[in-house]
Design a protein around this ligand. Structure first.
Ligand code: B12
Ligand code: SF4
Length: 579
């Protein structure tokens, strides 16, 4: 089998998570991943398919997923067998600071002569620190790297100089070089996510587990379709905001995909998956005309559409949505029940407006409305967090039909990190934050701490780290029972969640006690002894992750469509090779 030209590796957030005793806490309860964040960036597929179209072979290996799947899986053995022109590793989400750098070290140790490339948002923010590390040779910056990556692959293949490759930070004997961040495309037409690439690569490398986006995807194959790069809003803790993009990723203004391309993506997904399609980014961000053009191009959705709102939508939006996707679902992040906290976070609408919008959506057939709240926000106190739980109950009371709630509230902490590059990270005092870690190295070390309290990189003027943790558990306990009362959870599930929260709380206390022991060796021994209990408290701490899922039929993957997609990719590849 031909060696791939580029291998893209996705690390677990903590490389040795199978051995380390770490109480991760509810840091990933409201995303599909486990706490080691095994999901790789969706940009892996767009980079891979762009290079493939230009005759470079790319292999994605989700090491995190493979390691989760099997205790015996040895990432070093996999990497040792590979000999690409470069290894690419995402340090996109900062929670991967430890794992991504450990994988980089492993690649360097096993293949000292093969360049190690880092990319993603966090790599962009920290490129100057990263390039100083011996395990990192190259950093490709920016929110779009497909074309610079192609130029880099050509330069590596032909031994050309690296000076002219946009967005690249690199080093040679003379030291580090930072090429201009000049590639920031406004037109996203060329970067469609080629879902066929993934299926084809399963066949080519005979490796299904290595490309699966997250544990459990085969049972719940949710797929995303992307509306834009960047964002028009600035939420104060967000590292993907307009402020951050402008200041650190070179993007002056968000760029939007052609609504026809977006509609095509939704149809393509339905060819191989019976799972829901999550439209990333509010469809109305680029104006109502954008949403209208999308609905028109879509015609009728073959999949269940999940749409995201950045602010409450008017009734007319749901009317149009219901015509193309009658069983649509919606999600909105209200962050807090308190208008002042929401405003301090950077969202400028009232709870009253949100409720009016929810009422309209449900009236027009919305199958489920998910509302997300967060802990660790500016101006948010312990009492305010508990007030949010009461508000969740109010939502369930108001939006039930025939005893069945049609709204699903979620409450989780802003964790583990305040995003680098966000307004609050850049100017913590102004927003009432106090930072504990700033550099990559500080975050890398923090990730090895025994509990999520010590991993958290912040506390606020209104809540200490202890209070953030305690309010999370207390609110989790209360919301769990509220959900049971309203029939969203059956008694055994609610009991199990409560048991996990109580166990996590006890363990937190035990870990704090151990941390107060001065003798380092004894501390390590005691922490290691806690691992079996810690592992059982690590998944779905404050809510059961399965609550996120929409009900699905027995058939999850549309196999005939998947095979057709693979065959058409293979014939395109043969055609390209012949011409
Ligand atoms: C969609 C999204 C998600 C989706 C993930 C979809 C996916 N698989 O990628 C969901 C909702 C699951 C999610 C979860 C999380 N997210 Co998120 N997410 C976003 C969002 C809104 C858009 C990102 C996006 O789709 N970009 C478009 C795609 C096509 O590009 P891309 O994947 O970024 O890849 C391009 C570049 O980044 C770069 N690149 C990326 N990796 C690599 C690697 C190499 C080697 C190279 C060369 C280049 C490169 O090139 C790619 C191609 O152009 C951003 C905010 C924003 N406005 O950007 C936040 C954002 C990226 N997420 C963030 C965070 C914190 C998280 C979570 C950690 C939150 C949590 N605690 O649960 C989790 C982690 C999930 C995991 N790994 O398991 C932060 C990251 C801040 C930071 N620097 O750490 C952001 C900036 C804002 C936010 N707070 O939401 N997220
Ligand atoms: S959190 Fe706010 S700033 Fe960040 S992507 Fe969402 S809407 Fe945009």
């Amino acid at each position: 089998m031909r060696q791939p030209d580029l291998v893209l590796l996705h690390a677990p957030s903590v490389f040795d998570f199978r051995r380390e005793s770490i109480l991760y806490g509810p840091i990933s309860d409201v995303v599909p991943s486990m706490p080691i964040f095994e999901m790789y960036p969706v940009g892996f597929t767009s980079m891979a398919s762009y290079l493939e179209k230009n005759n470079y072979q790319v292999r994605i290996i989700n090491l995190a997923h493979r390691m989760l799947q099997s205790d015996r899986y040895d990432p070093a053995a996999t990497i040792a067998k590979l000999r690409p022109r470069a290894f690419g590793i995402d340090l996109h989400w900062l929670p991967h600071a430890q794992g991504a750098l450990a994988v980089a070290q492993l690649c360097k140790k096993l293949h000292p002569d093969i360049p190690v490339l880092l990319g993603g948002f966090s790599s962009t923010y920290y490129h100057e620190e990263l390039i100083e590390r011996p395990e990192v040779d190259l950093v490709l910056r920016g929110d779009s790297t497909e074309d610079p990556l192609l130029q880099l692959m050509r330069a590596l293949e032909k031994g050309l100089p690296l000076h002219d490759i946009p967005n690249l930070t690199w080093k040679d004997d003379a030291g580090a070089h930072v090429n201009p961040l000049s590639y920031v495309p406004k037109d996203l037409g060329a970067f469609a996510i080629d879902y066929g690439y993934v299926m084809h690569s399963v066949v080519r490398y005979r490796d299904l587990m290595g490309v699966i986006p997250f544990l459990g995807w085969m049972d719940y194959p949710i797929t995303t379709a992307l509306t834009c790069k960047g964002c028009l809003n600035t939420c104060n803790t967000c590292g993907g905001s307009a402020f951050t993009s402008r200041r650190f990723y070179g993007r002056e203004r968000a760029a939007f995909r052609d609504p026809k391309d977006l509609a095509r993506d939704v149809h393509r997904i339905a060819e191989f998956s019976h799972g829901p399609v999550f439209i990333l980014g509010d469809l109305r961000q680029a104006g109502d005309e954008y949403a209208d053009a999308f609905f028109q191009a879509l015609g009728k959705a073959q999949s269940r559409l999940m749409v995201e709102l950045f602010e409450p939508a008017p009734r007319s939006f749901y009317e149009k949505l219901a015509r193309v996707a009658p069983d649509f679902t919606v999600e909105i992040s209200m962050e807090s029940h308190d208008d002042n906290v929401r405003r301090a976070f950077g969202r400028h609408y009232t709870a009253e407006a949100a409720e009016a919008s929810i009422a309209d959506a449900l009236d027009l057939g919305c199958a489920r409305f998910d509302v997300f709240f967060m802990i660790g926000l500016p101006e948010q106190t312990f009492e305010s967090v508990l007030g949010t739980v009461d508000y969740c109950e109010h939502l369930l009371e108001r939006f039930s039909r025939g005893g069945t709630p049609r709204v699903l509230p979620f409450l989780s902490p802003l964790a583990p990190f305040l995003d680098p590059g966000s307004p609050a990270f850049e100017d913590p005092e102004r927003y009432g934050y106090r930072l504990f870690h700033r550099t990559v190295e500080e975050h890398r070390q923090a990730l090895l701490s025994p509990s999520w309290k010590y991993v958290l990189n912040y506390e606020t003027r209104w809540m200490s780290r202890d209070e953030i943790v305690e309010s999370t558990y207390e609110a989790g306990l209360r919301l769990n029972r509220v959900k049971q009362r309203y029939g969203l959870l059956d008694a055994p599930t609610a009991d199990a969640v409560e048991e996990r929260i109580l166990r996590a709380r006890r363990l937190m206390q035990q870990i704090d006690d151990v941390m107060s022991i001065p003798d380092e060796r004894r501390r390590q021994l005691l922490l290691a002894a806690l691992k079996p209990q810690v592992d059982t408290a690590n998944v779905s701490t404050v809510c059961d992750k399965r609550e996120l899922n929409l009900p699905m039929g027995l058939l999850k993957i549309h196999w005939p469509g998947a095979v057709r997609t693979v065959l058409s990719r293979m014939s395109a590849e043969i055609r390209r090779a012949v011409t």
